[in-house]
Design a protein around this ligand. Structure first.
Ligand code: G3P
Ligand code: CA
Length: 269
């Protein structure tokens, strides 16, 4: 059954165009914008000196030539490292690491990503995921809102108009964001279906569900319940053509993918 979607399905570049370029680097986000992605997804963590940087893992070992936890390192220490060369080790066929602009493969601050989006020349939305926010007792959200304010994005007139949304597996993190900025859209990420929310409800005030593709494949009836409850559904991480087809069939609102170019092509865009 195809359920109604109120707008075209949105294609969101997960960690940038992260299949082709090293995740969470400026190069990956530039590529996603060039590819025509509607929105960019990024994970944010606080450095030891209070900057929000775009890094997925707690530690930087996998995606840089350094070691250690983001929370234990200062921005200047992270800025001295390379966040691009590891991608060659993984033999990405479409991304050639070379002597480009070093900024393209250095640690990316959320501030720099907001600048990139502001300069995109078209509307590009941003889905910011707060990582392990409970550890920081509100500091991640506080810093995020300060940055959004700097770009005039912290207090949209309405959720529909906001080019930024905040995602989290933590309902508490989303609650903090809404308490400070009621119109900023929030997305509750789901890795499994909590018995409490089985009927399609979401935590109070949240209007968007973010289930994994695994949930969508194994529990399409749950997705229909979410849609019938009036929620938008944004799915991660959708890389296979048959999964894209299923998302279209189920009326999914946003596809979060490592391969924005391929998904856009499949959707005929
Ligand atoms: O977009 C949500 C998705 O990114 C959550 O999983 O581990 O890739 O951050 P993860
Ligand atoms: Ca994420």
């Amino acid at each position: 059954m195809t359920l109604a979607r109120q707008h075209p399905i949105q294609v969101v570049a997960h960690r940038g165009a992260s299949e082709e370029a090293p995740e969470h680097t400026l190069s990956a986000y530039k590529k996603a914008i060039e590819d025509g992605a509607d929105a960019l997804e990024c994970d944010v963590r606080l450095t030891a000196d209070g900057h929000l940087v775009c890094v997925h893992d707690r530690r930087i070992n996998r995606t840089s030539n350094g070691r250690g936890a983001v929370s234990a390192l200062e921005l200047a220490e992270l800025a001295a490292l390379d966040f691009g060369a590891w991608k060659n080790r993984d033999e990405s066929p479409d991304w050639e690491y070379g002597p480009g602009d070093p900024e393209d493969t250095s640690v990316l601050t959320l501030e720099r990503l907001l600048e990139l989006v502001a300069d995109a020349g078209r509307r590009v939305e941003l889905a910011v995921e707060t990582k392990h926010p409970t550890r920081w007792a509100g500091q991640v959200e506080e810093r995020l809102l300060v940055l959004l304010k700097r770009f005039g994005l912290d207090a949209p007139e309405s959720a529909a108009e906001s080019p930024v949304r905040v995602m989290s597996f933590s309902a508490r993190s989303l609650h903090r964001v809404r308490a400070a900025s009621p119109n900023l859209p929030t997305v509750y990420l789901l890795q499994f279906i909590s018995p409490r929310l089985r009927d399609g409800r979401l935590p109070a005030g949240v209007r968007i569900a973010g289930p994994s593709m695994r949930i969508v494949r194994s529990h399409p009836a749950y997705i229909e319940r979410l849609k019938r409850a009036g929620h938008q559904v944004h799915v991660w991480t959708v890389n296979e053509p048959e999964d894209v087809d299923l998302c279209v069939e189920l009326g999914i609102d946003a596809i979060i993918t490592n391969r924005p170019r391929a998904v856009l092509r499949q959707l005929g865009r």
